[in-house]
Design a binder for this molecule. Structure first.
Ligand SMILES: [Zn+2]
Length: 255
């Protein structure tokens, strides 16, 4: 990555992206709809499903991150750090190859971001276009959610086929960053213990809300809108963290 962007990659940013990824696994369509019938998404999609679901979690998670910032639930100043950490994470995962679902997903995401100008390559480095990142993430999330909602196997397979290839530029960069074979250098993880704790309590509350029975019911609503539950679970209610986020962006205190 461009050096001044690489310095923004942080443990907090990586943690935030990982937590949003896990939350996002629980968001989106609960089943596919085909010819008026409900079908299991994984059965409809077949072998490509694992990669599709991991890519959905990444992109819906990053979409959610921007949404939280836009709704003043996360500080705006963190967003570049979060995007840089997400891209740093793509490099990290892809050094382990594209054979399993996370690698397949992230190769596709990377190539899509390059195609849409959110990432560009020059002089042996990749650079993030922060202004283009939200739009590219949003259109990719929409595409992947539609694949799941329709259970469209041919569309999914064609999509991953299209964005599957590792470019020569990328390979060169991945080799260069391979000097940290076990992951990121140690100093990567030491910054900001207090913000990290705040972030954890916020996300734990959001996860608890997402896992509440009320949310399970909400996911099956016809509206199928994205978002963390509007109703807090008992665990989340006892937390001092900010209130969970409603799907429509309305105020979120429990009813
Ligand atoms: Zn995952």
């Amino acid at each position: 990555m461009a050096p001044e962007q690489a310095t923004k990659v942080s443990g907090d940013g990586y943690l935030a992206g990982s937590l949003m990824h896990e939350i996002a696994h629980n968001l989106g369509p609960a089943y596919a709809r085909q010819n008026g019938r409900q079908v299991e998404i994984n059965e409809a999609i077949g072998p490509a499903y694992a990669g599709l679901e991991e890519a959905k979690a990444d992109t819906v998670g990053m979409y959610g991150m921007k949404w939280l910032v836009d709704h003043d639930a996360m500080p705006k100043e963190r967003l570049e750090e979060d995007y840089a950490s997400y891209v740093g994470g793509l490099f990290r995962t892809l050094r382990f190859g594209t054979a399993e679902a996370h690698g397949r997903a992230e190769m596709m995401e990377f190539n899509y971001l390059v195609e849409n100008g959110a990432l560009s390559h020059a002089a042996g480095r990749y650079r993030i276009d922060y202004a283009r990142m939200p739009g590219a993430i949003a259109t990719l999330a929409k595409e992947l959610l539609q694949m799941e909602a329709t259970g469209d196997r041919a569309r999914t397979e064609a999509w991953f086929q299209k964005y599957n290839a590792m470019s020569a530029e990328f390979e060169e960069c991945a080799r260069y960053s391979g000097r940290y074979p076990g992951g990121h250098p140690a100093e990567f993880f030491v910054s900001g213990e207090a913000p990290m704790k705040q972030l954890c309590s916020f996300f734990l509350a959001a996860i608890a809300a997402a896992q509440s029975p009320a949310h399970q019911a909400a996911r099956h609503d016809r509206g199928g809108r994205l978002g963390v539950s509007t109703t807090r679970s008992p665990r989340a209610t006892t937390s001092a963290a900010p209130a969970p986020i409603a799907p429509d962006g309305s105020s979120t205190t429990a009813s």
